[in-house]
Each structure stands twice: as structure tokens, then as C-alpha cells.
Ligand binder design. Structure first.
Ligand code: FAD
Length: 508
């Protein structure tokens, strides 16, 4: 993606020529817009203030899903769109987006009742265009999950959805946009908006946080895709706050402690909220919560003690046979959903649909889901067709991503063979990640800090005890070889990484 060590300098040398489009924000929303705009041949620049996918887009439940819950809320359009995009991603990027069966245990007194659930799943299947959901009796369920609570267990519904690695999805989308001529710069903050003489937004003041340099960058259109930050950016165009930031947290367990072949959908014993336990990257993650999060971004999200207890209450209720405790988890993570405020009191009822609107020429996009990023991107670009006629060249039927296959092909696209050629293919114990992937990331994926490598390019920091402390000596050698870090730099990176991990990812 970022093949030469001088890629930032080269980008800087062209940054002050006018762009068709500037996108502020390098999560999945910004990445998707970059991908589609580059497809249309626009001159487009994405700027991200931290690492790519370092905010909400790295802390999701990792599902590429139709969203049964949206169906239950009567959000038909969102469900239909999500199911369509789920299939498009499954077809286009196997190895990155993988089909996954979900098991929904049914207990005596189950709410919603069995009939309603069966009907809901039938509609879900019907909308997806294939029959898959079915019911399994108690004996089979107990055989598959001997640790499941048995009292009142009747059986389980099985239905299909899919999972991914959210960060790798963002990186692949950005990578393919770069192949089509798009440009992306991380650790580069849009500090303020610029105006044309009529007062319309026509650019940004860009601050490169790595090189500490600033410049004014202009464009025909500027898009605010900053997720939970979007009200902050909008304050500059006098936009009244519209967001309702909702925090969601997860715990991660080692697979050895919670073996799971298929995902579980569970209704929390206290309030019947749906929760998921998902086999992911050789571990099992469980969540999420759904709570108002005040004070963003000055108070970045982390799992609170109350949330940890709430998640564990569901775990011990449904899987008493595992004897899991919060201290036994390997990590935790929390993200903020950039949901648009509506009438609902209950956070769970707040719509996940995206919202797109313009203010003084600034195009804002917020809400939405990982799963439906392409739909959102195309809707955003459709609002710009007058200002950017070249968008008419956007092909309607291009595949959403450029192919996959096995795990490496899914994660690295056209670079998979190069990653394979590095050798070093032995996975790091307890994870699917290899040393070759670490080396590839250091060489070609714009790693600026240790947490970029351990929390995003790979997810070792979430999967290994104490954030991967035992692996650090081997990783130090790689960082010295590939990035030329000296001892002082390495120690500083370790200090910063440990502080981040303990603050945001310790399980207890
Ligand atoms: C707990 C949880 C679970 C979820 N689970 C799922 C799921 O399973 N499936 C699914 O489809 N969806 C899921 N979602 C929803 C999905 O994760 C989000 O909708 C999506 O990631 C939002 O992406 P975004 O790009 O809009 O925001 P973000 O990923 O937050 O990106 C915005 C970016 O803008 C950057 N930025 C802010 N200000 C500036 C500036 N001034 N200059 C430059 N950059 C700036 C930020 O650093 C940030 O990286 C979940 C969300 C949460 C919170």
C-alpha cells in the first residue's frame, strides 16, 4: 500500500494542487467513499488524524450481517441492503469476509417466542434469497456445546451471517482505492475548514502530525466522514449537534478457554438485549453493550467495570460449565457508534441507518454500518453529482472488492503472493498471524507506531496475554530491521503501547 519509505514526502509534493474531493476520516465510511470516488477517476485525498481504522471501525463486533435486530425494529430497507451487501462481500472477498453460522439457543419462556423467531428467520432467509435457517433439538445442541446452561434448554435456531476483521476490511478498501489512483494520508488532521469567497467550504488546513507540518489543501468538495467526531467538525459550519454517541464494549477470551465453532446469539438474562459470542482470529469475543457515551472525544471509550460485569453476567448465565471469569479474559475493547439522535430513549432502538446532509458546502455522513459501507459511499457521492460530473463514470456493477480466496488472499488481496513469498509462515501461537504478516505490515503498510502493528495491521494485542508482552523481543528485532528504530525509539514505542493497552484493553 505504502511501498516506499518516502511515500509521505511524495504525497506532500502533490498535496497543494487542487483536488476534486477531500475526505476527512479514515474509518470504513471514509475508506468506502475513497474507493468509489477513485473508481470514477476523481482526484481524491483522504486524511486521517490517527492511524487508519483506529476509531469505531476497529472496535466493532466484526459481523458482516443483515441485522436480525433491525428486522425486529421494522427497519426493512436497512435489513435488505445489509443482506445484499453481505452477499456481495462474501462473493468478492472470501478469506476476509467469511460465512458463519449463528446458533440462537432457545429456553423455556424464550422471548420472542419460538414461532415469532421462526417467522423472523424465514423472512431473513427470504430477503437473502436462500433457505438456511433451521432448528436443532436439545440433544444436538448439548452435544455441540456441552457447557451451555441446561435448565429449560429446548434447542437452538441456526441461521447464517458472516464475520470479518474490521480493520483489514478498511485497509483492503483503502489499498484498492490507492491502486485506482486515490491518495490517503494517516496521522494527518484536518485542523480547520477553509472557505471560498461566498462562504462555501472548499478545503482544509492539514496538519501532518508525524512531520509536524501544515498546509492549506483545496478541493471542489469536502466530506466530513469523521464518525463520532462529526459534530466537532460541523461546529465550524455552525451545525447544531446531531450525534448520539453510543458506547459498545467487548471481552475477548482465548479459544482454549471458550471453544466455539459457530457464533452464539444470546439474549442477556437481565434485559433480553441481544448479544453475540463470535469465534474470531483464534479467540472468542463476546459483546456488546449499548450505552450513551458522554464526553467524546475528550473521554475516549473503554469498557467500564459495570459493562464488564454485565457481559460476564450473560457469559456465566449461558455458559456456566466453562467457569470463565473476567480476569481470565485476554483483553477488552470499546467503540462509539456515531448514531444520529432520534426519538428513541432506549439506545438499542436508535436507528443504525446512515444520515447524509450538507451544510455550507460541507457534506456530512454519519451512522451506518461496516457491512453497508459501499451503499453509504455511493449515496454520499450521489449528492455530489452536480459538483463533480465525472461521478457519472462510476460503474454500477463493479465488484465491491477485487477478490480473495484463502485467509492471506482475503486479507492482502493482490499482495497475498508477496506475503507468502516472505516465508516465516508459522503462526504466532494462539493466533492466525505470522511473522511474515508483521514484516509485510512494517515494510508496506505505513506502520508509524507499535500499536498500529499490534492492534490494527495484526490484532495480536487483543489476542495474546498482556497485549503480546512475550512477543515483544521478537517484534523489536523486526522493527529494527524494517523501520530502523533504535533502542530509544523502541523503548518509547513500548511505553506508549503498554499505556494504551492498560488504559483501553486490559480486561479487568
Ligand atoms: C460496539 C460496536 C459494534 C459494532 N458492530 C458492528 C458489526 O458487527 N457490523 C457492522 O456492520 N457494523 C458494526 N458497528 C458499526 C460500525 O463499526 C460503524 O458504523 C463504523 O465503523 C463507523 O465508521 P466511520 O468511518 O463512520 O467512523 P470511524 O471508524 O470512527 O472513523 C472516523 C475517523 O475520522 C477520524 N477523524 C476525526 N476527526 C478528524 C479530523 N479532524 N481530521 C482527520 N481525521 C479525523 C477519526 O480519527 C476516525 O478514525 C459497530 C459499532 C460499534 C461501536
Amino acid at each position: 500500500m505504502f511501498d516506499h519509505t518516502d511515500w509521505r514526502d511524495r504525497l506532500w509534493s502533490e498535496v497543494d494542487q487542487p483536488w476534486d474531493l477531500i475526505i476527512i476520516g479514515g474509518g470504513i465510511t471514509g475508506a468506502g467513499i475513497l474507493r468509489e470516488a477513485s473508481r470514477a477517476g476523481l482526484r481524491v485525498l483522504l486524511v486521517e488524524q490517527n492511524d487508519f481504522a483506529s476509531a469505531t471501525s476497529s472496535w466493532s463486533t466484526k459481523l458482516v450481517h443483515g441485522g436480525l435486530r433491525y428486522l425486529a425494529n421494522g427497519e426493512w430497507r436497512l435489513t435488505r441492503e445489509s443482506l445484499h451487501e453481505r452477499q456481495a462481500l462474501l462473493d468478492a472477498a472470501p478469506g476476509l469476509v467469511e460465512p458463519m453460522d449463528f446458533l440462537m439457543p432457545v429456553y423455556a419462556g424464550h422471548r420472542p417466542g419460538r414461532l415469532v423467531t421462526r417467522l423472523g428467520l424465514a423472512i431473513y432467509d427470504l430477503m437473502a434469497g436462500r433457505w438456511h435457517a433451521h432448528y436443532r433439538g436439545r440433544a444436538k445442541v448439548m452435544n455441540e456445546l456441552p457447557y451451555l446452561a441446561r435448565d429449560g434448554l429446548r434447542g437452538a435456531f441456526v441461521y447464517p451471517d458472516a464475520r470479518t476483521d474490521d480493520v483489514r476490511l478498511v485497509l483492503r478498501v483503502i489499498g484498492e482505492a490507492l491502486d485506482d489512483g486515490g491518495r490517503a494520508l494517516h496521522y494527518a488532521r484536518a485542523e480547520s475548514l477553509c472557505r471560498d469567497p461566498q462562504g462555501g467550504v472548499n478545503g482544509i488546513v492539514l496538519h501532518d502530525r508525524l512531520a509536524d507540518r501544515r498546509t492549506k489543501v483545496t478541493a471542489t468538495a469536502v466530506i466530513n466522514a469523521t464518525g463520532p467526531w462529526s459534530d466537532r467538525v460541523r461546529a465550524q459550519v455552525d451545525g447544531a449537534p446531531r450525534l448520539r454517541p453510543l458506547r459498545g464494549s467487548h471481552l475477548v477470551f482465548r479459544r482454549a478457554d471458550w471453544p466455539l465453532e459457530r457464533a452464539l446469539m444470546l439474549f442477556h438474562p437481565d434485559d433480553a438485549r441481544p448479544m453475540f459470542a463470535v469465534p474470531w482470529c483464534g479467540a472468542t469475543l463476546v459483546g456488546t453493550t449499548d450505552l450513551d457515551h458522554d464526553g467524546f472525544p475528550d473521554t475516549p471509550p473503554r469498557m467500564t467495570d459495570a459493562e464488564g460485569d454485565y457481559i460476564m453476567a450473560a457469559v456465566t448465565h449461558y455458559a456456566p460449565g466453562l467457569g470463565l471469569t473476567r480476569d481470565g479474559a485476554v483483553s477488552s475493547f470499546a467503540g462509539v457508534r456515531p448514531v444520529v439522535a432520534g426519538d428513541a430513549d432506549d439506545p438499542g432502538q436508535a436507528s443504525r441507518e446512515s444520515a447524509i446532509w450538507s451544510e455550507q458546502g460541507l457534506v456530512n455522513v454519519t451512522g451506518g454500518k461496516l457491512t453497508t459501507y459501499r451503499v453509504t459511499a455511493r449515496e454520499v457521492l450521489a449528492t455530489l453529482s452536480d459538483r463533480l460530473p465525472a461521478l457519472a463514470r462510476l460503474p454500477a456493477d463493479a465488484p465491491i472488492l477485487g477478490g480473495g480466496g484463502d485467509r492471506l488472499a482475503g486479507r492482502y488481496g493482490r499482495h497475498a503472493a508477496d506475503v507468502r513469498a516472505l516465508g516465516e509462515a508459522e503462526p504466532i501461537a494462539g493466533t492466525p498471524f505470522t511473522r511474515a504478516e508483521l514484516r509485510w505490515a512494517l515494510r508496506h503498510e505505513g506502520v508509524a507506531h507499535l500499536d498500529d502493528l499490534l492492534l490494527r495491521r495484526t490484532r495480536l494485542g487483543l489476542l495474546l496475554p498482556a497485549g503480546g508482552e512475550a512477543e515483544l523481543p521478537a517484534i523489536e528485532t523486526l522493527c529494527r530491521e524494517e523501520l530502523g528504530w533504535d533502542e530509544a525509539r523502541w523503548l518509547e514505542e513500548c511505553r506508549a503501547y503498554r499505556a494504551t493497552w492498560h488504559r483501553f484493553h486490559a480486561p479487568g
